[in-house]
Design a protein around this ligand. Structure first.
Ligand SMILES: Nc1ncnc2c1ncn2[C@@H]1O[C@H](COP(=O)(O)OP(=O)(O)OP(=O)(O)O)[C@@H](O)[C@H]1O
Length: 258
């Protein structure tokens, strides 16, 4: 661990015309830390995630990322080429719908291998061996390596998307409802797998979820959003066991009643 954050976000806001997407969001993310962003539909989670991952330009505010050389760079002032390089080498993005993060008409092995080629690997044998290794880490049998993800179940597709994102050794991974849309039993297994990988690799992650159980299992810290604003933030166990904002209390009690 270093004594400097990986990401520094200050007074970030995004407006869609007069509508608030997210407003005045400030936080630091530390290396190896998992931050969950929770809130009901329309609270601004996806807007925030898209701004942080530079898919969307905020209306105001700053976000600085500590590059591998230790220097902080302002994300919204980066050139397109540098931003793309960062996204390819140092970041991952796991979409809720695996089809958004995979190439559905190339093999599972190629989905993983092409990410290695994108960062300069050229040795075919090594790429294939790494792909096999990563497929096994996400519990996909080696004999499925030549199958296209269209032939996979939802859970397998999501595990493949995770392998594709982690194979290049990113330092920060953005996840948008990574277990959304899956059966409950498949969700539990995927969450276990994700938790293991994040811990083993010492990954930092920002996980958007409306599911407090996902936040509890994956994150050390969480932010609760409502109407685009952060209404509460803190260590996940503290926020869930002793929520202070009335909205968080409502959110937590509504889950407990289920
Ligand atoms: N492209 C857009 N144009 C206009 N308004 C938008 C756009 N995207 C989001 N919004 C609005 O911004 C607000 C925050 O939406 P956002 O999708 O970020 O919330 P969310 O918490 O991620 O919701 P969900 O869980 O349903 O995805 C909402 O009022 C939404 O209607």
């Amino acid at each position: 661990m270093t004594d400097e954050p990986l990401l520094r976000v200050s007074a970030l806001s995004k407006f869609y015309g007069s509508r608030v997407g997210c407003e005045n969001v400030t936080f630091d993310l530390w290396p190896g830390e998992v931050l969950a962003v929770v809130g009901e539909s329309g609270s601004g989670k996806t807007t925030l995630l898209n701004c942080l991952s530079t898919r969307l330009l905020p209306s105001s505010g700053t976000a600085s990322y500590r590059m591998r050389d230790g220097q902080f760079r302002e994300l919204y002032r980066m050139g397109e080429a540098e931003r793309r390089f960062l996204m390819r080498t140092d970041w991952g993005f796991v979409h809720q719908n695996p089809a958004d993060g995979l190439r559905m008409t190339v093999s599972a092995g190629a989905n993983v291998g092409e990410r290695l080629m994108a960062v300069g690997d050229r040795h075919y044998g090594k790429i294939r061996a790494t792909a096999v290794d990563w497929l096994s880490r996400v519990e996909i049998d080696e004999d499925r390596i030549d199958d296209e993800p269209r032939a996979f179940s939802g859970g397998m597709r999501q595990r493949l998307q995770i392998a594709r994102n982690l194979v290049t050794g990113p330092r920060l991974v953005f996840m948008d409802e990574p277990t959304g849309g899956l059966d409950v039993s498949v969700q539990a297994r995927l969450l276990d797998l994700l938790r293991g990988l994040v811990t083993d690799l010492g990954l930092a992650a920002i996980v958007v979820t409306h599911d407090l159980a996902v936040a509890r299992l994956l994150s050390q810290r969480m932010m609760v959003m409502k109407d685009g604003r952060v209404v509460e933030s803190g260590l996940t166990d503290r926020v869930l066991d002793d929520p202070r904002a009335p909205y968080t209390q409502l959110l937590v009690s509504s889950i407990l009643q289920v």
